[in-house]
Structures are given as structure tokens and as C-alpha cells.
Write a protein that binds this ligand. Structure first.
Ligand code: DGJ
Length: 740
């Protein structure tokens, strides 16, 4: 790995065994982008890549030099209005109303390792030789502002982490209205733009469309990263598949309003920008103040989408997630939400826990409804002390009983919210986010607390810390069930109201930081009405997240497939629930519900007492299976094989252990077919020379299984059942492969 600087040509080349990223200082002092892709030889000079060209109707920078126009020259962190007419990476409004800036190179430094981004989640290194960081300093002399661009190149990964920092060391009040984390100009536009969009219970559905001239983007304006779009996009070549071809993934380590945009200009250049959404953003930088953007991560693959995802998985699993639980297989849990909703008392909960314990479950999680006057969703949020009508012995007493069953205990919080009917709201009505004189819109009958205020974060911390100190709590499910409307903070002056959305997220990160620091053994699971805030920002604090409120196995195929494009299997919360399913009312076999949930953190979301003895026996087997294989499933190498977005018959994925001696193939049928073909699925990641026994029966070499495929048709009219039962819609099977 090396970051080199060629002084003679003023060129930076970040390169390791798999990627190269090349920039140059342009004749006007701004930074030019020359190349991002598969690694190429280093050279003293890459000036030939600067596209000097005279194009009619472009404006040019230097008198008489019609070829030097930012209109068509690829740039690194561009600004608008000085011959470039595309969307910029930055915009600063100055006291005279001007928005024109000109940041030119001052100096740079190359350091070992990776600096911490204060107050923000980010990837990290454990040893200095894991990465090098290039910091480039640029300055706009007229307004007295400095811009630092950070680039971290990871030694053994095709990945670069980027961010920017603005420092006002002049004497003017500046307003940052655009401060993106990343901007890259790619030389052509022969790409497909992939994004992960949807809605509540339909998160991260994969959408693919061809890039065209003009702008395509996804964004959030809701205060959270959102169910609707995820801060992750991919550019891939049209011919790229899961298994081959070029793809670049762009991921923002952030949980609030974001923008991910691809702009194709008139000459086919693609500009990707990603960062805090400039919409409604206005950050005042007084003299002496600085602003750090969130981090964005770019991953390059020349061998398909699976390889790109695997890079994200390993990076995020080992160098974004942190703490005690980072590398540990996750406990199998039972959650009472779909089993009871708000209708429970201590005895009912203990009976659910007891049955689960008997079947091998390791942790009981008490969901919403245990606190304040929370008998329904109209009251109680903000009052984080037990409702003793329901829980006579409080959380301490319940946690002790769960502990005496030999189980861990987990607890639900929604720390960012308040109901009007709560002691917290009665004491501090001004702590909710709302605009003076305007109506306060409802969302699930609740309001958002103003986390830009330190006293609010402190207050909630004290309540949560008290419970974590007094009761035996091993896990927290941190929920967030509405978007921010009427954004306004009573504690911010008029010219800082545009800071609220970002300050809110910083407050959320602060609370997470204090809790995870002071209670390091507690496992945090993030949640926002399911997967409304499933993003890398939260992965830094909570190594797993509830992927969706939709617990139907068939719906989950798409949700988990889409989620796996960026996020590791160890981060994907997935549970078995009852049928008919509560979201789509579908009836699926119990095996299939488990076979889908196995590819996640695994748990149950039902009352096992209500199952038949035969079903209980199946549950015991499922739990035994998960205990045996969870380490491989959650931390092995994951491959997507057949996409649920491309057909309505089959989905398949698999995971391979590090030593390649064990592999699990999840094979799912959606709609049955009549008299269909003899199906095979080509596997990935096996050792071609090892012989694998499939479910302890027939044995085949890895090369046969990868190139010819694993036979999934069992000969019966239907499939894929291992027994002689006729297979129907929604059947599934996990094939277990062991090397001989
Ligand atoms: C939304 C979550 O996604 C559910 O799992 C559950 O915790 C409810 N909130 C509780 O209100």
C-alpha cells in the first residue's frame, strides 16, 4: 500500500494491490480527479489525463487559454460558478451574499493509520500499518477559510474512506450550505445506478436503472436515513453481475438527511456526490469554528457485486462496528412484540421466556410497553421507569427472574421520543421539536425530542443509565418510530436553525457513545420502525439492526438480499414469527421462516407456548442448527446466488467458512412451477479441489459444485424438500456442505 506524491507533476497516487486513485493539482491550484479503478503502475506524471480541450460555449479560467475550463475538467471537490456548472461539493454563503469560492492547494501530509472523526462514527484502524491517510489542505484566501480533504487508503482492501473539514480562520461569519463528504468525477457514464429504496416494511429493495444525461439521486429529508432510501448506491457496468465485472459502491457513514447523486454532464462525465443533504442545511461557521463532514466509503470491485459486498462486510464488521460484541456470535433471542403487543404482565412474559428457554433460546427481550403509563401508543414515551401495574417487581424484578431461568435479558427503549401524555412532556414541553405558532404534526401519536440540546440528551442518559445500572440488562433495542416535522429548535438562534437536523443526529451519536462506553457489555440493536435507520452510522455503535418490521419470510428475501449489498449478515436482525404473518397475512412453512431468519442474527417473535409439540420440536432443531453454524453464517463469506428481484421462483444465497471446509446454501422457492427444469445452482467460494458432502449424502468436488452446480431438484414434481413430501409455494431448504 502506498500513497505517493510526485512533486514534479503535483500528482497524488493512492494505490494498493487492488485499486488506484489519482489526483493532481490543476494549474489554477484546485484539485483535479484523474482516475479511480483497478490498480495501475505508478508514474511520475499523469498530466495527459487532464482533459484540456477547447469547447465552444464553455467559460475558461485563464485569459487566452481556452482549453482550461472546469466545465469539462474532472475535479475532486468542486465548487460552482467558476466555469463549472455542475452541482458542487461545497457552497459557502458569505456576508455579502456571494456564494463563489476558490479553494486552492496549500500543503499536504501523509500519515500512517487513520485519524478519529470527533463526534462522528467512522471506520478505524487498530494498527498503523492497516492504512495510510492523505490530508490535503486548500485555502480560500478571500474569505479566510481552510478546507481539509481526508483520504484513507486501506492496505488490504479495495476501499477508500473520505471526509472533509472546513475551518473558518478568517474574520467573517460564513454559512456552509453544502458540505459533501465525497465527490468523484468518473470519465464516462456507461453505468447502471443501483439504489436501495422502499418504504416501511419494504426496505432496501434493489432498483437498477441506466445512467443518462442529467441528474439521478436518492436522498432523505426525514431526519433519519430512512426506510425510503438508503445512504448507499452502486455504479456498475451494464454487463456486471454478482460474479464478474466492474462495480463501485458508495456508502455514507451517517444516519440523518443525506444525498447520493449522480450527475452526467454533456460530455459523458459522471459526477458522484454524497453527503449531508444540502436541502435545508445551513451551518453557521463563525471565526474560529470548524465543521467536520461525515465519512463516505468507496469500494471498487472488478469481479462483481458479491466481491464489492464482501469488502463492505469485512470492513464494516471489523473496522466500523466496535466493542465486546463485534466479533462474537449473537445470542438467539425471543422478543415479545408480535406475541403480546401491549397486552402483557410479568407472568405472561415469564411464561414466554420459560418456553423459549426450554427450547434453547438464550435471551428474552421485552419490547415496547413496560414503562410509564404506556398501555397503548398514546402515552408514556419519555418516562423510562417501569409501569408497576404491569410489572409489580419492576425491571429489576423481571430481569432477576429471567436471569434465574438462565437467560439474558434485553429491553426496548425509544429514547428520542416523547408523548404529550408523559411526565417528561408535562415537565419540559419545550423539549420537543416543533415550530412556534405552527401545529405540531403527529406521528404514531408521539413527538421528537430536541437532541440538539445537551440537557435533553443528559436527561435521557440518566434515566437509561439508572436502569442499566440497577437491572441485569444485556441488550438494548433502540427504536425510533417517526420522522422529524416542523424542524425547529427552541435553543438555536434564527441563523442556526438550518443546523438542527445535523445537530439532532450528533445528539443521537452522543447518547449512543456514552451508553456504549459506560456499559460496554450491553449489545445494542438499532431499529427505526424496522429498518428506517439501517445505516453505517449506527453500525458503529450498534453492531446489529432490526432489518424490517416485515417478518414474513418471503418479503424478507428481498429485504435481506438488498440489505446484504452493503451490510454484513451479523448486522441483519431477522426473526421467526407466527402465521398468518402479521404484516402480509401470508402462511409460510415454519422451516422457511427459520431458513430465512438463519441468515441474520436469528430469534423468535412469537409465543412458543402456542405452537404444537411437533412445531416445538422443529424449533428446538432450528436453534440447535443456529448454535452449530452461527459463527460461520454471521462471520463467514456471504455470496448472493439467485436474486429475488429478477424472478418469482427461486432465491439462493450461501455462506462459506474461512477455511472453506463448510458451506451453507439457502435455497428458497417463491412460487411453485409445474413440470419445471432440472434445477442446479452454481455455488461460489469453495475450494475447487476439496470434495464436499452435501447434507452428509452425495459428495462432489468444489469445482463441480461451482461450475456445474449443486443439484437442487430432488426428482419429485415439486422441490426442494429433503423428504418425500410434495413441495409447494414458499418451500425452502438449507444445504449443508462439509469437506471430506
Ligand atoms: C417498531 C419496531 O420496529 C417493532 O419491532 C416494535 O419494537 C415496535 N416499534 C414497538 O412499538
Amino acid at each position: 500500500m502506498c500513497i505517493s506524491y510526485h512533486a514534479s507533476s503535483k500528482t497524488f497516487h493512492l494505490h494498493n494491490d487492488s485499486i488506484s486513485y489519482i489526483m493532481t493539482i490543476l494549474p489554477n491550484g484546485q484539485l483535479g480527479q484523474l482516475y479511480f479503478g483497478k490498480t495501475i503502475h505508478d508514474c511520475d506524471n499523469f498530466d495527459h489525463l487532464v482533459e484540456m480541450n477547447h469547447r465552444p460555449m464553455t467559460a475558461y479560467v485563464f485569459e487566452g487559454d481556452k482549453k482550461f475550463s472546469l466545465d469539462h475538467i474532472k475535479q475532486e471537490y468542486p465548487s460552482y460558478g467558476t466555469t463549472d456548472f455542475r452541482h458542487p461539493a461545497l457552497e459557502i454563503v458569505q456576508p455579502n451574499g456571494s456564494r463563489i469560492t476558490n479553494f486552492t492547494y496549500v500543503s499536504h501530509e501523509i500519515t500512517a493509520g487513520k485519524p478519529v472523526l470527533e463526534g462522528l462514527p467512522a471506520t478505524y484502524t487498530e494498527q498503523d500499518d492497516e492504512a495510510q491517510t492523505l490530508t490535503i489542505r486548500l485555502r480560500d484566501e478571500l474569505i479566510g477559510a481552510e478546507l481539509e480533504l481526508y483520504y484513507t487508503l486501506f492496505a488490504a482492501r479495495p476501499a477508500i474512506a473520505r471526509s472533509a473539514r472546513f475551518v473558518n480562520d478568517g474574520s467573517l461569519d460564513l454559512h456552509l450550505t453544502t458540505a459533501m463528504s465525497l465527490s468523484v468525477d468518473l470519465p464516462d457514464s456507461a453505468y447502471e445506478f443501483i439504489h436501495f429504496s422502499g418504504a416501511w416494511s419494504r426496505e432496501r429493495h434493489m432498483k437498477v436503472r441506466r445512467l443518462e444525461a442529467g441528474i439521478q439521486s436518492v436522498e432523505s429529508t426525514r431526519g433519519t436515513s430512512s426506510h425510503n432510501h438508503n445512504p448507499f448506491v452502486i455504479l456498475k457496468r451494464p454487463e456486471t453481475t454478482e460474479f464478474s465485472g466492474e462495480a463501485i459502491g458508495f456508502s455514507l457513514v451517517y444516519s440523518g438527511n443525506f444525498l447520493a447523486q449522480a450527475e452526467v454532464d454533456s460530455w459523458g462525465t459522471t459526477r458522484i456526490t454524497m453527503g449531508i443533504n444540502p436541502f435545508q442545511f445551513d451551518w453557521k461557521l463563525e471565526p474560529g469554528e470548524s465543521f467536520q463532514t461525515p465519512e463516505a466509503v468507496m469500494v471498487y470491485s472488478d469481479s462483481g457485486l458479491n466481491a464489492m459486498s464482501q469488502t463492505f462486510h469485512k470492513l464494516y464488521q471489523t473496522r466500523l462496528a466496535r466493542g465486546y460484541w463485534r466479533d462474537r456470535p449473537r445470542p438467539i433471542l425471543i422478543n415479545n412484540w408480535e406475541a403480546t403487543y401491549f397486552n402483557f404482565d410479568e407472568e405472561k412474559l415469564v411464561s414466554i421466556a420459560q418456553a423459549a428457554k426450554n427450547d434453547g433460546v438464550e435471551m428474552f427481550v421485552l419490547d415496547d410497553g413496560w414503562f410509564g403509563e404506556r398501555c397503548n401508543d398514546f402515552a408514556g414515551l419519555g418516562d423510562w421507569y417501569p409501569n408497576t401495574d404491569r410489572l409489580a417487581n419492576g425491571i429489576v424484578g423481571l430481569a432477576d427472574r429471567i436471569d434465574s431461568l438462565g437467560m439474558k435479558f434485553g429491553l426496548w427503549f425509544e429514547p428520542e421520543m416523547v408523548n404529550e401524555d408523559s411526565d417528561l412532556f408535562r415537565a419540559h414541553p419545550d423539549w420537543r421539536i416543533c415550530t412556534p405558532g405552527r401545529c405540531a404534526s403527529h406521528g404514531r401519536n408521539q413527538f421528537v425530542l430536541d437532541y440538539s440540546r445537551k440537557e435533553v440528551v443528559d436527561y435521557i442518559y440518566e434515566m437509561m443509565a439508572k436502569i442499566l445500572t440497577e437491572a441485569k440488562v444485556s441488550y438494548i433495542k433502540w427504536d425510533m418510530n417517526r420522522c422529524i416535522t416542523e424542524a425547529f429548535s427552541a435553543s438555536l438562534p434564527a441563523d442556526r436553525q438550518g443546523e438542527l437536523f445535523h445537530r439532532y443526529i450528533l445528539g443521537v451519536y452522543q447518547l449512543y457513545d456514552r451508553l456504549t462506553t459506560n456499559f460496554p457489555h450491553v449489545l445494542f440493536e438499532s431499529c427505526a420502525s424496522g429498518g428506517g435507520r439501517f445505516d453505517p452510522g449506527l453500525l458503529y455503535y450498534a453492531p446489529q439492526g432490526w432489518a424490517s418490521d416485515d417478518s414474513d419470510a418471503i418479503e424478507r428475501l428481498k429485504i435481506q438480499y438488498g440489505t446484504s449489498m452493503c451490510y454484513p449478515i451479523s448486522s441483519i436482525g431477522a426473526h421467526v414469527s407466527v402465521v398468518p404473518n402479521h404484516q402480509v397475512f401470508r402462511i409460510t412453512p415454519l422451516e422457511t421462516r427459520a431458513n430465512v431468519a438463519h441468515f441474520g442474527t436469528f430469534g423468535y417473535e412469537l409465543d412458543l407456548n402456542k405452537l404444537t409439540e411437533e412445531e416445538r420440536e422443529m424449533v428446538r432443531e432450528q436453534i440447535k442448527f443456529m448454535k452449530e453454524y452461527r459463527e460461520i453464517i454471521q462471520f463467514g463469506t456471504f455470496y448472493r446466488l439467485i436474486s429475488p428481484f429478477e424472478n418469482n421462483h427461486f432465491t439462493a444465497w450461501m455462506v462459506v467458512s474461512e477455511d472453506k471446509k463448510t458451506a451453507l446454501v439457502g435455497y428458497y422457492k417463491i412460487l411453485n412451477e409445474v413440470n419445471g427444469p432440472y434445477h442446479r445452482v452454481k455455488l461460489c467460494g469453495l475450494d475447487p479441489d476439496m470434495k464436499y458432502c452435501v447434507d452428509g449424502a452425495s459428495c462432489h468436488y468444489g469445482d463441480e459444485l461451482m461450475h456445474l452446480g449443486l443439484l437442487t431438484t430432488d426428482g419429485a414434481a415439486g422441490e426442494p424438500t429433503p423428504d418425500d413430501r410434495k413441495s409447494t409455494d414458499f418451500d425452502s431448504r438449507i444445504f449443508v456442505l462439509h469437506a471430506e
